[in-house]
Design a protein around this ligand. Sequence first.
Ligand code: GSH
Length: 215
Amino acid sequence: MKLYYFPLSTYSQKAIMAFHEKQVAFEPQLIRLFDESERKAYREIYPLGKVPLLILPDGHKIPESSIIIEYLDTHFETGTRLIPDHKDLARRVRFTDRINDLYLNDSVVTLLFQSWKPEDQRDQELIDRNRERIDTVYRFMENHFEKATWACGDSFSMADCAAAPALFYARQLAPFDGRPNIQAYWRRLEARPSYQKVAEEAAPHLAAMRGNAAQ
Ligand SMILES: N[C@@H](CCC(=O)N[C@@H](CS)C(=O)NCC(=O)O)C(=O)O
């Protein structure tokens, strides 16, 4: 199985965490999203140009991080169960996965892209709207993690794979310092070996990106 990905991409990190959690091997195929010619070539493989993308040995393509995780969890019995068998628990995992993707991750990435622009070219209305959205998710999370260990209760799931990469970038862009329960959740996430592997691979790319931004 070949996985197209970029080490700094939150959605790639989410899918790769799932591979590690499931203890499933894959052939990594890095796409440098900052390189226009690589992006153009990649759009020949997947016209939407989004990573991650999984290619099965028979050539079948599976895009979208949550769908890749569904595939892994359905086809491999090994490692962590990421979507529970119990139908209502599974629905809760899928719901929280959507919240973490659409309202936390996407909002954090919007703030990240805005932060790269010169100050006078930033869209303040867009920034405010996304900060508000993140704040709403944080309020829900802070309340939830007063009692819960993971996004959907006692067991680590797909929804936690979705949260970890988003919270990594959120620490700088929308800090959760005043929210002890989210902080404790973040510490549990970053201690997870699946996350540590993803963070290790991202580190040199992050340093290079920060170096370029400082120039
Ligand atoms: N809903 C998709 C989102 C994927 C996504 O937005 N990936 C970003 C990187 S984190 C990407 O490929 N951006 C490149 C582009 O939009 O051209 C998923 O869950 O996989």
